[in-house]
Design a protein around this ligand. Structure first.
Ligand code: ZN
Ligand code: ZN
Length: 125
């Protein structure tokens, strides 16, 4: 018998049983303390992932329709991602510009310092 959370061997008596797939997991793997009864609504990590979301449950017809819904869902995020990429590029340019500005400012400051030193040396002469 294998734990369905970590895949390692476990004894049949230990662990918790998933009510859906009837597989067992180490208590430690599913974070259920020793001696605590598993809730009837509890599912193993695998079943939790596979459990359809509420929006999917509302879908009346399975098959082609649900496939279309998945495809639409996949296409939708593409444009915001592309926009986000452009924005991040712009932000990167801005950051570069700012860094250049800072460098220019530092150069100017050192230039002023040089002028100051020069003036001091002239005075001392
Ligand atoms: Zn385990
Ligand atoms: Zn399960």
């Amino acid at each position: 018998m294998k734990c369905c959370a970590c895949g390692k061997f476990m004894a049949a008596v230990e662990g918790v049983t998933c009510p859906k797939c009837d597989r067992k997991s180490h208590r430690a793997c599913v974070k259920i303390p020793e001696g605590v009864q598993v809730q009837p609504t509890w599912l193993c990590p695998d079943c939790k992932i596979q459990t359809p979301r509420k929006s999917d449950q509302n879908t009346p017809v399975r098959g082609l329709n649900s496939e279309n819904i998945i495809k639409q869902g996949e296409e939708k995020p593409q444009s915001p991602v592309a926009q986000g990429f452009k924005e991040s590029e712009l932000a990167l340019e801005l950051r570069k510009f700012r860094e250049e500005l800072r460098e220019t400012r530092q150069e100017f400051r050192s230039f002023r310092q040089e002028m100051f030193d020069l003036r001091n040396s002239i005075k001392s002469c």
